[in-house]
Structure formats: C-alpha cells, structure tokens
Design a protein around this ligand. Sequence first.
Ligand code: SF4
Ligand code: SF4
Length: 215
Amino acid sequence: MLGEGILKGLLETAKNFAGSYVSKERLTTVQYPEERLAPIENSRVFPFLVYDVENRDGGGPDWEAGLRCTSCQICEKECPPKCIFIEKSKDKKLDYLGKAQFYPTRFDIDISVCMSCQICVEVCPFESIKMDKHFEQSTDDRFGGLLLDREQLAKPNEYYHQIHPIEAAEVDARLAAAKAVFDAKAKAAAAAAAAKAAAAEVAAQAVPKPASEGA
Ligand code: SF4
Ligand code: SF4
C-alpha cells in the first residue's frame, strides 16, 4: 500500500511518545548535562593517537616514546577533508616488534574540519589512530582552539580499552599474534644462523693440514 512505510514509522514514533510517560525503556532522552547516557561501543567523535604505556626503547612510561604511529602518512593522504598534518622524524625508534620505525615529530588534526568519517582509522596499518568518544570540545578560540597537536591527541591503550573494550581487545590480540609470529621467525633465523656457523667451524676443522706443516 502506498505510504504504508510512513504510517508504520509514525505509529512507532507515537508509541514511543506515549509510552515514554509510563515506561522507562521508551524514555530515550535524558536531562543533559546533569544526566548522561553511557556511550555505546561503536559511538565515535574525533580521532586520537594510541600510545603504549611501556616505553619500548626502555626508560619508563612516556607517551612520546610509546606512540604507535610510524608516521607513514597514509591517513594524511586518505583523509577526505585533509585535516591531518604530519611531519616525519629523521631518526627512528623501536616499535612493539622491536623494528626501527620513523615517528611523527608533528601530528595535528583540525577537528573543526574533521567529519568523523573514521577513514584514517580504517587505513592505518599500525593500529595507531582510533576514534574517541569525547565530544565536549567547544571553545571560543576560533584560531587554534580546535587544532589538536600530538600531545593533545595522545591517549594510552588503557583509555582505548575503556571506551571501546571489544574493539581494543581484538586489536591487542592481533598485535600479540603478529608479535608471536615475528618472534618465532626471529628465533628460527637465529637458530639457522647458529647451525650454519657451527657447520662452518666443523668443516674448517676437517680440512687436512698441508704436509709441510706436519714435518
Ligand atoms: S575521521 Fe575522517 S575527516 Fe576526521 S581525521 Fe579521520 S579521515 Fe579525516
Ligand atoms: S596514524 Fe597510522 S596511518 Fe597515520 S601516519 Fe600514523 S601509522 Fe600511518
């Protein structure tokens, strides 16, 4: 029937409106800011940069050393409104695998331009950038108040677990699996190198000495 969908939608709205006076389940609004709804797992606002609390290069907790970002700049290229700006380091630091990687000496996001599309998160190969749920960011500073630098964007992995527990646990499992494969390969390569060195030593000892040396 023509218009059936519209009628069904209006009926649902009417049920929720009337029901909200008698049933808590149909009351979907709260008296913000005194009352707040618990954020759901997949809600998102603006991106943040994840850092691991342990300093991978040694020396204690340090957000800068723990940043997962390798400054590959894929997110910067893919961001539709071009609101990410990154400067790559000249030197390298160790990542969670123990590989030397570049890091961002500058990483800014203009959240007044960001459209919360999450494309930066989806294209990041290093699980470095995730979507935050913190939305109360209003400011009267039009010229820089909404331009967040890497220190303002950096948040620990524990925070990521608090706001997206299911997703963060999956990411941790993926990183742990990748590290296990990397460690196994490194161990196998070390064992093969040791076996090769031992075989070379045995071969060197087996070479007969020239007769003149024995006289
Ligand atoms: S969420 Fe979208 S618009 Fe915002 S920084 Fe990421 S890619 Fe750019
Ligand atoms: S956040 Fe991810 S995609 Fe963006 S530069 Fe860092 S590692 Fe690359």
